[in-house]
Design a protein around this ligand. Structure first.
Ligand code: ADP
Ligand code: MG
Length: 471
């Protein structure tokens, strides 16, 4: 099936062809016709399956009819982080190049002035993080009465970040007669509830089982002795098959130490974690994308949503405490039709965490041969600077919108056609949190209170801010 079979306009098909897409992904195939028919929709598909275009494309055709009025955006897309918001805006720019649609991006770290000007004039599409939107709404700068199309994207991450109450409030300010689209990689109960409350007889599209890891990822479990873990990792990383690898660790200190040790072992390794300033992270990511280094040691928060093409391996140096982090981590490989290998190093003490992952994904992780595992469980690492955000705090998530991952951020200068992403925008430090004790593992760590971060983004500001698309 081709894009032409989906009922999209010729202009849009041209833009899609120019973007280099040959055929729609399964979620796009199923979602686009329904969205064009103005139906409410729930789209569940794992990360990297092209959910963005599945709403951006039909929205462009829908919005091509009619025009915007001052301060009354015609459609609203909610994103959990500014990086994702910026990425969606870039998608609008790319696919909407033959249309004359206007958009505004309301995210932290970008000056409000230009965005407000754009809003004053009226925009067809408003892309926002919930916190920023609520701020502006509170100041009477924006009216949502004319907003007939709402997209709640990355709903499970919204939940992780404590945005559900904000979203409910935003939903109640939109006209009751509207089209609502909700996209998520997984469908936990609170998201289901949200959908039941705010969507009207939605069509549900489920491309893969929720929380099922991508089938193009070969998942392996390597049982190791805690004391030999580092050496096992070094050996594996030195293998010929490892072209590029992201190595995940649960704690920032481990990320730092491990990166040092890998370098000492002669590997071309870099690091990315929440204690690094934004420019430093971007630099490190660039080195990785450009092949100067081929191993990136990363923490969860720093790596959420990174969309880097051609990562051959993901290593879980530590088994993640949260099973959903496992899905996010291994999803850094096996992207865009490529296959990838995800190797999880597990000590006997990790048995419970591994079980939780297998329960979530509904499949056993395939054990592979490695050095013999010890009989005795290793001691739990000392609590230090665990990077364990998410869940729990409802309201506290307000400022959290700007925390994690940036997904795609195309550069302006020409580059080899690799994925062009950089990392989350914040220059702010990640809050510290204690590692959960083993006997308390079932309880998720409380979400740390992030600091406000209004002007903290020193990353590039998208060129299209507040501008009209197309010619
Ligand atoms: P999701 O939101 O499902 O995680 P994205 O919308 O961010 O995924 O898309 C993931 C990647 O796939 C992006 O790099 C995007 O450019 C690419 N992509 C999307 N649709 C297609 C397509 N039809 N053909 C090829 N690549 C695509
Ligand atoms: Mg997405």
């Amino acid at each position: 099936m081709s894009f032409a079979d989906l009922g999209l306009s010729d202009e849009l098909l041209r833009a899609v062809a120019e973007a280099g897409y040959d055929e729609p992904t399964p979620i796009q195939r199923q979602a686009i016709p329904s969205v064009l028919m103005m139906r409410d929709l729930i789209g569940i598909a794992q990360t990297g399956t092209g959910k963005t275009a599945s709403f951006v494309l039909p929205m462009i055709d829908i919005l091509a009819q009619g025009r915007s009025r001052a301060r009354m955006p015609r459609s609203l897309i909610l994103e959990p982080t500014r990086e994702l918001a910026a990425q969606v805006a870039e998608n609008f720019e790319k696919y909407g190049k033959h249309h004359k649609l206007s958009m505004a991006l309301l995210i932290g770290g970008v000056s409000m002035g230009d965005q407000q000007k754009a809003l004053e004039k009226g925009v067809d599409v408003l892309i926002a993080t919930p916190g920023r939107l609520m701020d502006l709404f509170g100041r009477g700068k924006i009216m949502l009465n004319d907003c007939n199309l709402l997209v709640i994207d990355e709903a499970d991450r919204m939940l992780d970040m404590g945005f559900i109450p904000d979203i409910e409030e935003i939903c109640s300010k939109l006209p009751a007669q509207r089209q609502t689209l909700l996209f998520s990689a997984t469908m936990p109960a609170p998201i289901k509830k949200l959908a039941d409350k705010f969507l009207t007889s939605p069509k549900t599209i489920e491309v893969a089982r929720p929380a099922t890891a991508n089938a193009s990822i070969d998942q392996r479990l390597l049982k190791v002795d805690a004391r030999k873990k580092k050496q096992v990792l070094i050996d594996r990383l030195s293998g010929h098959d490892v072209r590029t690898a992201i190595v995940f660790s649960n704690r920032k200190t481990t990320v730092r130490d491990l990166a040092k040790d890998l370098k000492r072992a002669g590997l071309r390794a870099g690091e990315i974690h929440g204690d690094m300033e934004q420019p430093e992270r971007i630099r490190e990511l660039d080195r990785f994308k450009e092949g100067e280094i081929n191993i990136l040691v990363a923490s969860d928060v720093a790596a959420r949503g990174l969309d880097i093409k051609d990562v051959s391996h993901v290593f879980n140096y530590d088994v993640p405490w949260h099973p959903d982090d496992y899905i996010h981590r291994i999803g850094r490989t096996g992207r865009a039709g490529k296959t990838g290998i995800a190797i999880t190093l597990a000590t006997p003490a990790d048995a419970e965490a591994v079980e939780a992952i297998e329960k979530l994904t509904g499949a056993k992780i395939r054990p592979v041969e490695g050095p013999a595992a010890p009989a005795e469980p290793d001691a739990a690492p000392a609590p230090d600077d665990a990077e364990a955000p998410r869940r729990g705090r409802a309201r506290g998530g307000r400022q959290a919108q700007d925390r994690p991952a940036r997904e795609e951020r195309p550069r302006r200068e020409p580059r080899p056609p690799r994925a062009e992403r950089s990392e989350r925008g914040s220059a702010r430090r990640e809050p510290e949190e204690e590692r959960p004790r083993h006997d308390e593992r079932p309880a998720r760590p409380r979400r740390p209170e992030p600091e406000p971060d209004e002007e903290g983004w020193n990353g590039p500001i998208p060129s299209f801010l507040g501008q009209t698309l197309g010619s």
